[in-house]
Design a binder for this molecule. Structure first.
Ligand code: LRH
Ligand code: MN
Ligand code: MN
Length: 388
């Protein structure tokens, strides 16, 4: 039996970082459905993130995306976050929305454009110095649409050079999270398509470069928990971008499409003793809420991660090891499924009550009147990232 007091302590200590862009309008390439009351500036995104933290108690950090969250004074923005009881987390770079990057950013054949892209990465580190952020999250849309379009291998050399320059600029407490993605926007070849490529670049860079797993960035059927287990063993897992997908990079609420997969991922985290923030893995959301109200959707997403985590913590690991060692296939599978099939909602309600929170975060948010207030007061908000 799992030790219930220890399970509760682990759930209380858990931290989930929310993305600034999830609070703003977003959509598909066909249509952005603007919602009333969305943030008009980074300050209002922080205010919404503070609401998520207020009702969940486990989401005190918000990731920024530059230039979507560009301000004149980041130290001031940081102080504002602190005044709301939250903090600025990862700084995400954006080298994918400029005409110059049509043929790539840091892997572009044109040295002028590579310089421009690398300068943006360095600028992001300057921002981290002001916000006190630890994490620089890099995702490159770089890739090719047609065979022969550019030299695959030269592009790896260019990527390595930009990463090296950026890594060497990091302060002692800062690190690179290198995200990968199988395809999109490039359809023939992507320069960082998979965890192996990211891992190899991180090894080359050094200790303070680790892999970020975005759960929506794999081929269908990929065993993501295997990647988690492997990278943990190598001490090269740095972060997650959590979301759900039915088809490709759908960016739906985490735990909505495949809660069992999320449980299997969180089991590997628990198995690797990597849940506590002190271990250094950043559990971030990277989602878009195109048709649903954003703040309650993000609260729901945080709760989904908590539920998967609670189930993972409830796995009877002694019984599992015994069954595995005995080669008892059915019993080992049953032990895992017993935990997955447990209704952990009462346990999480208890954890919230113990922490002085409402046991029903979404209900509490709805009753707070915040949604009505932002709809009434934020006129003309259609900012933020994908919708901009
Ligand atoms: C790319 C991605 C990456 C970006 C974010 C907005 O698909 O997952 O993390 O920074 O979306
Ligand atoms: Mn991502
Ligand atoms: Mn993505």
């Amino acid at each position: 039996m799992a030790d219930l007091a220890a399970v509760k302590r682990a759930l209380t200590a858990q931290r989930i970082e929310t993305p600034s862009w999830a609070y703003g309008n977003s959509g598909t390439r066909f249509k952005v459905f603007a919602q009333p009351g969305v943030p008009r500036n980074p300050e209002e995104k922080l205010a919404d993130a503070a609401e998520v933290h207020r009702y969940t108690g486990v989401a005190p950090a918000v990731a920024l995306h530059i230039p979507w969250d560009k301000v004149d004074d980041y130290a001031k923005l940081n102080a504002y976050a602190e005044s709301l009881g939250i903090e600025i987390g990862a700084i995400n770079t954006n080298v994918f929305q400029d005409d110059d990057y049509k043929l790539g950013s840091v892997t572009n054949p044109d040295p002028r454009i590579r310089r421009k892209a690398t300068d943006h990465l360095l600028e992001a580190v300057d921002i981290m110095d002001q916000t006190g952020s630890r994490d620089l999250k890099l995702w490159f849309s770089d890739g090719l649409n047609y065979p022969g379009q550019d030299d695959l291998r030269n592009r790896q050399d260019r990527l390595a050079a930009a990463l090296r320059e950026t890594y060497d600029r990091l302060g002692d407490h800062q690190r690179i999270l290198l995200e990968y993605k199988l395809f999109e926007p490039a359809f023939y070849a992507t320069d960082v398509p998979d965890w192996g490529t990211s891992y190899a670049h991180c090894i080359e860079l050094g200790e303070r470069a680790t892999v970020c797993i975005d759960t929506g960035h794999h081929a269908p059927g990929t065993n993501i928990e295997f990647i988690v287990a492997f990278l943990l063993r190598q001490k090269k897992l740095g972060a997650f971008d959590f979301n759900s997908r039915f088809y490709a990079d759908d960016d739906l609420m985490v735990g909505s499409a495949d809660p069992f997969q999320l449980f299997r991922i969180m089991y590997e985290i628990v198995r690797g003793d990597a849940l506590n923030p002190a271990y250094g893995i950043s559990f971030m959301l990277d989602q878009c809420h195109n048709i649903e109200r954003k703040i309650p959707a993000i609260i729901r997403s945080v709760m989904n991660v908590q539920e998967a985590t609670a189930k993972a913590l409830l796995v009877d690991r002694d019984a599992l090891t015994r069954a595995q060692d005995a080669g008892d296939v059915l019993e080992a599978n049953a032990v895992l499924m017993d935990a997955y099939n447990t209704d952990v909602r009462p346990l999480l309600a208890e954890v919230r009550t113990d922490a002085g929170l409402d046991p029903d975060p979404i209900g509490a948010y709805r009753r707070s009147g915040h949604d009505e207030k932002i709809i009434a007061t934020r006129v003309g908000g259609n900012q933020a990232g994908w919708g901009a």
